[in-house]
Design a protein around this ligand. Sequence first.
Ligand code: COI
Length: 366
Amino acid sequence: MFNFGGIKFFEMQEFGTPITVEKAPQSKIDQVDFNQLGFGQIFTDHMMISDYKDGAWSIPRIVPYQNISLPPSARVFHYGQAVFEGMKAYRDDRGDAWLFRPEENFKRINRSCERLCMPAFDQAYFMDGLSALLKLEQDWIKPGANNSLYIRPFVIATQAGVAANPATEYSFIIICSPVNAYFAGEVRVKIAEHYSRAAKGGFGYAKAAGNYAGQFYPTKLAHEEGFQQVVWTDAATHEYIEEAGTMNIFVRIGDQLITGPTSDSILDGVTRKSLIDMAKASGVDIVVRPIKVQEVLDAYQNGTLKELFGAGTAAVVSPIKGFGYQEQKYELQDQPDSYAELFKQKLTDLQRNLAPDPFGWRVKAY
Ligand code: COI
């Protein structure tokens, strides 16, 4: 422990990376009702930061959660040079805390960075910085099926100047938010006919901030019609289903589960690929192939469309109760042998250490 200008710092020695920690003078945790969190409203006491300058990332440091100060000309404000990730930490009944496939998020944030001409981040800094932060924030990871700590790593271009070219300076920051369910109620989706999320050759596969901002307006229109999310279709023809707002989408026709292949316009979701592997391991007939909107409509008409559900870190596995297409609204019947319920249970049991992990996906959080 050392004292600098009245602020107490210490170094976390147990990680390979020598991370310095400036502790928040007081925790906010006692003011938080962990049963009334909603999603992403409250943030923990600390955050991790690493800055990129002169071609290198600084060793991550942990500081009290606070505002950041940037020049108004910073590239992030003008050109949206910003990418992010979504992860969760879970507390099991024995008191251990777990992450789910964190190396997938690490790899994906670097793929996103590459597409937006941002520098790759160092794996040891990511894993050690995250573990050090979670160790410090461990009291915020609560047990119980409805609780998790949502982790939001993000990278922004901080360099001053409005020249439209990639910045040479960036910040990598991790903030954490205790959360309950992402959706407060039932989910209904509108299948896009006019607006698009991503096009071939674009950056839909990246977790880039702009991919989400561009969805807000069409999603607002869908809300006005009573839908929570838009199901994006391919930009060229609007004939094929791509993904559903903040989730990848699965369709069950008869007893076959179908999800679209990832592409440059579809996010390579960690939950999506985990469900595919779990379905295969459970002997469920799972097919990864393009899905036509017309096929879904036909299956609805002939009674074989049994389920639609979304999958994502924030949304977990969210059954879709109905959908809209053109001027028509379609309602789905509850399924007694729902795949959404089955895989939600299997996934969350694995994430929360309530079931064995034959895939080796569960990783100690610190
Ligand atoms: C996630 O599932 O982590 C997401 O990216 C959803 C988020 C946009 C709320």
